[in-house]
Design a protein around this ligand. Structure first.
Ligand code: ADP
Length: 217
């Protein structure tokens, strides 16, 4: 589903962020990306999301060589991905329903579909009764679950999560992790998650570790 073939990334200022990364992530896997600050974790996620392009090597996502993808096709590729950030990135002027609906409106879904789908996804993350609340009226854990609902609403095959529990206390972090594990096990979503937390990384079958831009075993 996600294949990196000898991928290197050097930023325009000369910083080498990744060297010769070759790996495959299969459909339905839950993979943790770990490594110290500066090891190349965010660069790896940005390459998957096509926010950055590799300096050399090839990246294949769902059988498409994205290194050759035309710029106009990038939004279509991103529709296969739901993205969750450490800082939630919710819009406080909008209520919970609209924050999630926003992602569907952005891809032109009709409002009748949105009205059905958003409550369904909010129910899935246990927040249907908070639909009319503003994000600032929710706890951090609830806000992260809204952002997970937003990531899921367009039914992506891959969920990319960049330290999703980094701003949460351990109880709320555990709730978000439980939800991610459920989405992986019951729904078969492929999950790629960056974490600093070694304990979390032990809860899954696969950990990819970066050290100074190289993958270590
Ligand atoms: P991590 O997510 O593991 O902290 P990053 O992928 O953010 O690591 O960074 C890897 C290396 O690339 C670091 O040395 C970082 O300073 C550098 N880097 C990241 N983004 C840029 C950029 N836009 N321009 C130049 N250097 C960058």
């Amino acid at each position: 589903m996600i294949d990196f073939i000898n991928v290197s990334k050097t930023y325009p200022n000369g910083t080498h962020a990744l060297y010769g990364i070759t790996l495959s992530i299969d459909k339905g896997e839950f993979v943790f990306i770990v490594g110290a600050s500066g090891a190349g974790k965010s660069t790896f996620l940005k390459l998957i999301m096509h926010e950055e392009t590799p300096t050399s090597g090839k990246i294949v996502i769902n059988d498409t060589d994205v290194t050759k993808l035309r710029r106009s096709k990038v939004p279509y590729m991103r529709r296969h991905m739901g993205i969750v950030f450490q800082d939630f990135r919710l819009i406080d002027k909008m209520n919970v329903f609209d924050n999630v609906a926003f992602a569907m409106r952005a891809v032109g879904k009709p409002s009748a579909v949105i009205k059905k789908r958003v409550p369904y996804v909010l129910e899935l993350v246990g927040l249907k009764d908070k639909m009319k609340n503003r994000p600032s009226e929710l706890s951090g854990g609830e806000q992260q679950r809204v952002s997970l609902a937003r990531a899921l609403v367009n039914n992506p095959e891959i969920i990319i999560a960049d330290e999703p529990t980094g701003n949460l206390d351990s109880k709320m972090g555990a709730e978000v992790m439980e939800l991610l594990h459920r989405l992986n096990k019951e729904d078969g979503r492929t999950i790629v998650m960056v974490t600093h937390n070694e304990e979390q990384a032990k809860q899954t079958s696969r950990t990819i570790r970066f050290f100074d831009g190289r993958q270590v075993m």
